[in-house]
Design a protein around this ligand. Structure first.
Ligand code: TEU
Length: 582
């Protein structure tokens, strides 16, 4: 497509493959079940590889498939170098990896090494006695000075765990506590201990030698804690916010650079690494993703998925478009000259994008296409979460027994115990629970949406008769075909992957608009993120786009009787022009 003018050298040298790639996230429990036990598995994923190849994605990110008691749905691993039997075997994994590579795609594993399962042999040894050689593989500490171990408030610090309650679990036999930033069954590894780091690097090399193409690193910016373990600031209730003492800790850059040296160096160019980093700022991300520092290729930051939240994720408030543009615009500008962004609206921890940022009623299809268009035309690597390409929505959970996620179930227990009305807590769960992302993928309108011949582990969203992959693929106007077009555009038009990003109309409360420029090719992206018509004619140099080519739209052809830049509710357009002023 790049006809007019030559490509700049700088651009030519800075073309890591993952900058023009699109990643598809699979949450194995809910993707496709091949043996009828109601739980997705590797066989199910293998049966859908051509579906993904046809969509055009380049990389598959596999959420954890390792042996696990499933206390946190697989993010509690009891053996890093095998496959959870409910998902299959190592042979099934190798077959899947082979099928992925045969189609020119890559597969990235989920690396969960901030913590293990409490059933991992490392922890079983560690908890066996205070003098066990693996005791220091985890964070064991005596209770607070002058207090009796096990008593409320005797915990070594007042840190709150992510899934409610204290981040410390008491062990009566030894009179000591162990740290768990997530569930009690997810004890944190002590990365201060070089043996721990060595064991993790050996495991990572084992998977790379097996042919995997990189890692998504779970809460990787929590592995370095302040060894003094100071208390956190308390806002309300018993527990304090310990995150300033374990997020982006003192040795994090050192550990990431060591990991890069010990595991990734020498294989670098074929691999993709993305660090999940809650609480990461633009400034820190510039350091983490600066290729010269050899840490990670990109990070998952959380700013834009916390804009509609109060002090906790359960205090939901309306999202202002200007705030969303402000946040994403700052990340675009902040990583324009160094580093690289990952781009996502949702994943297995976030509610469905169209229900949260779009309109999952009258304008479900158009708003889902709009969200895809805006995201995929930003500068960075887009991530598609399974079902997003179908415009899947949040689920109509009726009562607490419909939920499966430890975070949601623990929150319901804690909030109702502290006097909140069950209905109010359920309302927050319906909006923000991670289970919204975890209902089975809707493949067709047969029983259980074609996900399983057995009883699904979590209810299928009843709207599968309307929203499913086979209907979407048969309908050229579907969200699926629109996502395929967006992915194809990123592969064909270098300006999408590499063009400079410029936000326009930043304060507009309906319009999300920006340009991308690479050499003499410029793209204008316009989105009406509202249910009312909106005028985009205030964009700078609007006249420049008079004769430009309309590359992508999600609405009927613009009505010539209407002003050219008048946008229908949830309408998105991408224009392309060749700049003659060179
Ligand atoms: O998530 C970390 C994390 O930030 C989330 O717990 C987030 O705060 C929460 O989901 C928002 O509701 C990673 C994994 O993605 C998540 O699935 C795991 O539960 C968690 O780490 C522990 O491994």
């Amino acid at each position: 497509m790049q006809a007019a003018g030559e490509l700049s050298d700088a651009w030519a040298t800075d073309r890591q493959w993952w900058k023009s790639a699109v990643v598809y996230q699979i949450y194995p429990r809910s993707f496709a079940d091949s043996d009828g036990d109601g739980i997705g598995d590797l066989g199910g994923i293998s049966s859908k590889i051509d579906y993904l190849a046809d969509l055009g994605v380049d990389v598959i990110w596999l959420s954890p498939v390792y042996p696990s008691p499933q206390d946190d749905a697989g993010y509690d691993i009891s053996n890093y170098q095998d496959i959870e039997p409910v998902f299959g075997t190592l042979a099934d994994f190798d077959a899947l990896l082979g099928a992925v590579h045969d189609r020119g795609m890559k597969l990235v594993m989920d690396l969960v090494v901030n913590h293990t399962s409490d059933e991992h042999p490392w922890f079983v040894e560690s908890k066996s006695s205070p003098v066990n050689p693996k005791r220091d593989w985890y964070w064991w500490r005596p209770g607070r000075e002058g207090m009796h171990g096990g008593d409320p408030g005797a915990e070594p610090t007042n840190w709150r765990a992510s899934f409610s309650g204290s981040a410390w679990q008491y062990q009566a036999e030894s009179g000591e506590y162990y740290l768990h930033l997530f569930s009690r069954k997810q004890p944190d590894l002590n990365w201060e201990n070089p043996e721990v780091r060595g064991a993790v690097y050996q495991m990572m090399r084992w998977w790379l030698d097996r042919g995997v193409d990189g890692f998504r690193m779970d809460v990787i910016n929590m592995i370095s804690k302040d060894p003094l373990l100071p208390d956190g600031h308390t806002r309300s209730g018993l527990w304090g916010d310990g995150s300033p003492h374990y997020i982006n800790g003192p040795r994090l850059h050192e550990f990431l650079q060591e990991m890069h040296r010990e595991v990734l160096a020498g294989r670098k160019d074929q691999l993709l690494t993305v660090g999940e980093m809650p609480g990461c700022t633009v400034e820190e991300a510039r350091l983490f993703t600066d290729q010269a520092r050899a840490e990670v290729d990109m990070v998952f930051q959380f700013e834009h998925v916390e804009l509609d939240q109060g002090a906790t994720k359960w205090e939901v408030h309306p999202l202002r478009l200007a705030d969303l543009k402000g946040s994403l615009g700052r990340w675009q500008a902040g990583l324009a000259d160094v580093g690289w962004n990952s781009l996502y609206w949702n994943n297995h921890d976030q509610p469905r994008a169209v229900s949260r940022f779009g309109d999952d009623g009258e304008y479900r299809v158009r708003s889902a296409k709009l969200l895809g268009t805006l995201l995929h035309l930003h500068r960075g690597t887009p991530y598609v979460y399974q079902g997003e390409e179908l415009g899947m929505t949040n689920a109509p959970f009726a009562q607490i027994s419909d939920f499966r996620d430890i975070e949601s179930i623990n929150h319901f227990a804690e909030a109702t115990a502290s006097g909140q009305s069950p209905e109010a807590v359920l309302a927050a769960l319906r909006t923000m629970s991670r289970d919204n992302a975890r209902t089975p993928v809707q493949w067709n309108d047969s029983d259980n949406a074609g996900f399983s011949t057995g009883q699904p582990w979590i209810p299928v969203n009843p709207n599968y008769h309307e929203i499913n992959a086979s209907a979407a693929r048969a309908d050229p106007e579907s969200v699926w075909h629109h996502y395929r077009t967006l992915i194809d555009l990123r592969h064909r038009e270098p300006a999408v992957a590499y063009g400079d990003f410029t936000m326009v109309l930043p304060e507009h409360e309906q319009i999300y608009a920006f340009t991308r420029r690479l050499d003499d090719v410029e793209l204008l992206v316009l989105g009406n993120v509202s249910g009312r018509t909106a005028m985009a004619d205030q964009i700078p140099y609007a006249g420049n786009w008079e004769n430009s080519e309309l590359l992508i739209t999600n609405a009927p052809a613009p009505d010539p009787s209407q002003p050219r830049l008048s946008l229908l509710p949830w309408e998105a357009r991408v224009y392309r022009r060749v700049v003659a002023d060179r």
